[in-house]
Design a protein around this ligand. Structure first.
Ligand code: CA
Length: 406
């Protein structure tokens, strides 16, 4: 509070003197640049590795724009995961004020509050456009803000990956039974669903997945999609690339800003920061949509086997996801966000599925007819004899008594 007063009065004091650079210009047409604003240096902790020029880069895009919009007077230094703060401790660091802001994902922190998962994505949830419409225009941001207010943090959309792939597997998944005992890196609610399907779930930051897959510490891993996955080298250490990434139909990354630090900013800096964060949000999705298609083509042309998840896996995952979301509703805060999310998804799905899905599913059939895609889907007749014997298998049999992953 005191600091806020100080900054405001300092700004007013300087404004009285109306110090403008460029005023001495003889021609009088030089740009008038206000200097009645403080020089500020912020630090941003990212949950991501510097090598990821999609996710990590979005924070730099934001930082560069803030500096530009404030004539270099408000700068934000971006620190990659682990350099200042461990990948999964960004929220705590912003809360404590160790850094003024972070770039992370809400679902890394569902151990604190399960409802944080809605801030990133939930299985079978919203795609990127639906998410942005919900948070920017559908009251989603306000409702999510109430959750983060308990931590003294303001959350902002900070880039979306678009629909993700289902990840890299070192063994074939021909039925639900093949998931049992599999060790997989997968975060968020998707991880909890996989846990119920019998998978041993591991939380591993993006930069550490490759060595874990390579040395066999895990059998499978998911990250984002073709561009990042190829960059991280997963195609060198796993043979089967599964889709769809039903747990992340459009993962939103987040900027977390310390509430007090935000309040202490001059209003022009607050506006610059918000504009730059919104630009970064758009940048990341456009970047992924530009880089994933050529990377996907390279994967199609390689020896990697592209596989679709079997229907019994999809059905069990859907059931387990719905169950987990229902269980979360014992927390009134969770139920409030869930209600808002459900209402938005229902109407948005009706509209998007009618207007777009019908067109694009037709286009997809035409594309396949031209032989451009080489999917090695799990054919129905490929179901193993063992599974055929297991005709009494029902979807509820995935249930286990193990405690939650965290
Ligand atoms: Ca992912």
């Amino acid at each position: 509070m005191e600091r806020r007063k100080f900054i405001r009065s300092a700004a007013l004091g300087t404004a009285a003197g109306a110090v403008l650079t460029g005023c001495g210009s003889q021609s009088g047409d030089a740009p008038a640049v206000q200097t009645d604003t403080p020089m500020l240096r912020w630090r941003l902790a990212s949950s991501f590795a510097r090598s990821l020029d999609t996710i990590y880069r979005a924070a730099e895009v934001m930082s560069e724009r803030v500096s530009q919009l404030t004539n270099g007077r408000f700068t934000i230094r971006v620190y990659p995961a682990g350099e200042m703060v461990p990948a999964f401790e960004v929220l705590e660091s912003v809360q404590k004020g160790t850094v003024q802001m972070g770039h992370s994902a809400g679902y890394y922190y569902i151990g604190k509050n399960l409802a944080f998962v809605f801030e990133t994505t939930v299985p079978f949830g919203l795609n990127a456009r639906q998410f942005n419409s919900w948070v920017y225009e559908g009251g989603g941001l306000e409702i999510l803000r109430e959750l983060f207010a308990d931590y003294g943090v303001l959350n902002y959309p900070g880039g979306n990956t678009g629909a993700q792939m289902g990840g890299w597997f070192n063994r074939e998944i021909n039925s639900l039974l093949d998931l049992r005992g599999l060790s997989m890196r997968i975060p968020g609610l998707g991880g909890r669903v996989m846990d119920r399907l019998g998978v041993t779930v591991q939380q591993i930051p993006g930069g550490e997945i490759y060595p874990a897959l390579e040395r066999g510490a895990i059998d499978a891993a998911e990250w984002v999609g073709p561009y990042d996955d190829e960059k991280l080298g997963f195609n060198q250490v796993a043979n089967y690339y599964y889709y769809p990434g039903w747990w992340e139909p459009g993962a939103n990354l987040s900027f977390f800003v310390n509430q007090q630090a935000m309040q202490e900013l001059p209003s022009s800096y607050q506006a610059a920061l918000e504009v730059a964060m919104a630009e970064a949000n758009q940048y990341m999705l456009a970047k992924y949509d530009a880089l994933n298609p050529p990377a996907f083509q390279r994967i199609l042309e390689s020896n990697i086997e592209l596989r679709v998840f079997p229907k019994d896996v999809m059905d069990a995952a859907y059931s387990a996801s719905e169950e987990l979301l229902q269980e979360g509703r014992t927390d009134p805060g969770f139920a409030q966000v869930h209600d808002s999310f459900l209402a938005w998804r229902r109407d948005s799905d009706d509209w998007i599925h009618t207007a777009e899905y019908a067109l694009f599913s037709y286009m997809h059939e035409r594309t396949q007819a031209r032989g451009r895609l080489r999917h090695s889907e799990c054919p129905k007749n490929q179901v193993r004899e063992k599974d055929q014997e297991d005709q009494t298998y029902d979807l509820n049999s995935y249930k286990r008594d193990d405690s939650p992953i965290d």
